[in-house]
Ligand binder design. Structure first.
Ligand SMILES: CC(C)[C@H](C(=O)O)[C@@H](O)C(=O)O
Ligand code: SF4
Length: 457
């Protein structure tokens, strides 16, 4: 019987239990951040337990980090979470990329960047966007705080094997269309629950031709389509990316040989397969309060079909029949674990070069990690953003969610490269519109979204 990549990785990690029941799996890597780890460490302390494999855990600080004066956290809860992570990692011997460290950044940006994320692994983190790491041909998923504690104590986790879904993505991406548009297009077409109960694998020529950063954007948003995990088979691009990074295997040829086995035999191995042609894909913009409430730039917002639509229109202050060109943008956010990597910032800077953001628009540029920030500064990208009137900030989750001082004011429409547009996500009353970095850059210049395939600047 043919097997998926997912089956092969899963089988290698089963310690006990049979398919259909919860199975105990070995965890190769647990990533931690300050929000979902305090009670987990506390649980260890209460039960007098140690961290079973300290070197298979790695912590960073991201959600609560201020992006202006990083060491000056004003909010008491934020400060407590940060201080607690420092204390816990010190006490339990877990590596920490704390504030100010060269390795610090958003957990899903630093894992790959440091070479911690590798093919064939099972990777967990108390964070729903852990699916990002699946882009390397791993099984990566978000877990709850009690599970974080279990992994700290045992380096294992109980999981029931999900079904598998293959998403065949094919065709040449038109100019001005990015991997963000692909994943937004899939979720808009299939709905926010299409992936529930499935481990998703993205495959096809479009995917094979993508860089690792583009692949991560797609896997990152798998959770917005209901899937706990999204993955892509490892290939030459993957191996080249991992090679030479700080925590990558030193015996790389041997590692690559091992990683090469993680391939889906054929499409029949999936429980379900869906197809997505990108050859005439348009740029997507979200109009509502979940990522599925998105339309191509050239389409009008849909009619109200149910109570959810009505609620979303009321919150966002828009009407059916309007288009994204009519959204008055007051705030712009470049960043997050979806689109806060160097290539994302380069795309946006390329568009902003020689231009200025529209009058009345506030624009934040928040690199996904300190390394991204430093690389960008080496390339002079910070100067382009600053000259265009944007704020160049320190790395962190920032305005992706309202857990730190970077909040979008109530009632203001924000063009955002992040992944969630829920009510209050970027601050109480904030109105989020998700799009690709290129679309957001043009929206910053014009003060409203435009069709980047037509507007040449
Ligand atoms: C705070 C954290 C638990 C949360 C998540 O799980 O995803 C956050 O990262 C988010 O993006 O909403
Ligand atoms: S950048 Fe946003 S989505 Fe990613 S981990 Fe931080 S809060 Fe969550």
């Amino acid at each position: 019987m043919s097997k998926t990549m997912f089956d092969k990785i899963w089988d290698k990690h089963v310690i006990t239990g049979k398919v259909g029941d919860p199975q105990l799996l070995y965890v190769d890597l647990q990533l931690l951040h300050e929000v979902t780890s305090p009670q987990a460490f506390e649980g260890l302390r209460e039960n007098n337990r140690k961290v079973r494999c300290p070197d298979r855990n790695f912590a960073t600080m991201d959600h609560n980090v201020p992006t202006v004066d990083i060491f000056n956290i004003k909010d008491a809860i934020s400060r407590k979470q940060i201080d607690t992570l420092k204390k816990n990692t010190g006490e339990f011997g877990v590596r920490l990329a704390g504030m100010g460290s060269e390795d610090q950044g958003i957990v899903h940006v630093i894992g790959p960047q440091l070479g911690l994320t590798q093919p064939g692994m099972i990777i967990v983190c108390g964070d729903s966007h852990t699916a990002t790491h699946g882009a390397f041909g791993s099984i990566a998923f978000g877990i709850g705080t009690s599970e974080v504690e279990h992994v700290l104590a045992t380096q294992t986790i109980w999981q029931t094997k999900p079904k598998t879904m293959g998403i065949h993505i094919h065709g040449k991406l038109p100019k001005g269309i990015y991997s963000k548009d692909i994943i937004m297009g899939i979720i808009a077409r299939e709905g926010v629950a299409f992936g529930t109960g499935y481990a998703v694998e993205y495959f096809g020529d479009t995917i094979s031709n993508m860089s690792m950063e583009e692949r991560m954007t797609i896997c990152n948003m798998s959770i917005e389509g209901g899937a706990k995990m999204g993955s892509i088979q490892p290939d030459k691009t993957t191996f080249e990316y991992v090679k030479g990074r700080k925590y990558a295997p030193k015996k790389i040829d041997q590692a690559i040989k091992y990683w090469q086995q993680f391939k889906t035999d054929d499409e029949s191995a999936f429980d379900k397969v869906i197809d997505f042609d990108v050859s005439d894909l348009a740029p997507f913009v979200s109009w509502g309060t979940n990522p599925g409430m998105s339309v191509p730039i050239n389409k009008a917002f849909p009619e109200i079909k149910n109570a959810d639509d009505k609620k979303a229109y009321d919150y966002i202050g828009l009407q059916p029949g309007q288009t994204a060109q009519q959204i008055p943008i007051g705030y712009v956010f470049f960043g997050s674990c979806t689109n806060g990597r160097l290539s994302d910032l380069m795309i946006a800077a390329d568009i902003l070069k020689g231009h200025h953001i529209a009058k009345g628009v506030t624009a934040l540029v928040v690199p996904g990690s300190r390394e991204v920030k430093e690389q960008a500064e080496k390339l002079g990208i910070d100067k382009i953003f600053k000259a265009a009137g944007c704020d160049w900030r320190e790395p962190g989750c920032s305005a992706c969610l309202g857990m730190n001082p970077d909040q979008v004011p109530s009632g203001v429409h924000c063009a955002s490269t992040s992944n969630r547009n829920f009510e209050g996500r970027q601050g109480a009353g904030a109105r989020t519109h998700l799009a690709s970095p290129a679309m957001v850059a043009e929206a910053a210049i014009f003060g409203h979204f435009v069709d980047i395939r037509k507007e040449v600047i």
